[in-house]
Design a protein around this ligand. Structure first.
Ligand SMILES: O=C(O)CCC(=O)C(=O)O
Ligand SMILES: [Fe+2]
Length: 243
């Protein structure tokens, strides 16, 4: 693994994104997929274009009801994220050093069948502006769109980031606040090359993509974020009351 996030920076993108291939091992991937699969059925929210689990719970008015994450979502990913230096100059500083709680407190698990995706969007102001995504199962491309002055997005994505299974992608700063991201509803990612894939040089198995095509299979993503507003149980009436 690179010595610090600086070495994992995707240099062709606006500031900032980082990509680390093989952030977790195949064994860790299996354990996570099994935990996700065996979670109680009501944990799944079924949407038309994907299904998802939210841990520890959904937000209400951008607020998280305080509750610890289960151990399997903390180990090994959060521990490894917090041990990862932003730069070798200040090895104690990590990606969540400046966030409200100094660590992610919320995880979304999205599952995509081939042909499924997510509309271009921004993640918004509820979170500290850094998202850490660990991908499981299959490679797919995340599309990055620039936005116009009036908030609408450009029709075509400016960049593609290829996310391999077991990789970590971090998006932060302007890329988090000013750009949109989405996943096209296709079953194979096409026209992959050094020119179209922003993180080409950081890929773990570059040789798999030299033909320019990547077939999708079931892909599961874990997105780790720090929700800024957290309410303790005692405040729950304030949270659900009129405001
Ligand atoms: O699955 C992904 O990689 C993206 C998910 C996403 O954009 C989100 O949950 O906000
Ligand atoms: Fe998102």
């Amino acid at each position: 693994m690179p010595a610090s996030l600086q070495e994992a920076r995707i240099k062709s993108l606006p500031s900032s994104a980082f990509y680390i291939a093989d952030f977790i091992t195949p064994e860790e991937e299996d354990v996570l997929l099994n935990k996700i699969k065996t979670a109680p059925k009501p944990r799944w929210k079924i949407l038309t274009h994907r299904r998802l689990q939210t841990w520890p719970s959904d937000l209400t008015k951008n607020t998280l009801l305080h509750s610890p994450l289960p151990t399997w979502l903390v180990e090994p990913i959060i521990t490894r994220l917090l041990a990862y230096p932003l730069s070798t100059d200040n090895p104690q500083n990590h990606i969540f050093t400046k966030s409200s709680h100094g660590a992610p407190n919320h995880v979304l698990i999205n599952e995509y069948q081939p042909g499924q995706g997510i509309m271009p969007h921004k993640d918004g102001a509820a979170y500290f502006p850094a998202v850490c995504t660990v991908s499981l199962g299959s490679t797919l491309a995340l599309d990055i769109y620039a936005t116009n002055e009036d908030g609408t997005r450009e029709a075509e994505p400016r960049w593609k980031i290829l996310q391999e299974p077991r990789s970590l992608l971090i998006t932060t700063d302007d890329l988090y606040t000013d750009y949109m991201h989405g996943i096209a509803e296709i079953s194979e990612d096409l026209s992959l090359s050094r020119d179209t894939v922003a993180n080409w040089d950081l890929l773990g198995s570059l040789e798999s993509f030299t033909g320019g095509i990547s077939q999708r299979s079931l892909r599961t993503s874990l997105t780790y974020r720090d929700v800024i507003k957290v309410s303790k149980l005692g405040n729950k009436f304030a949270m659900f009351g009129k405001s």
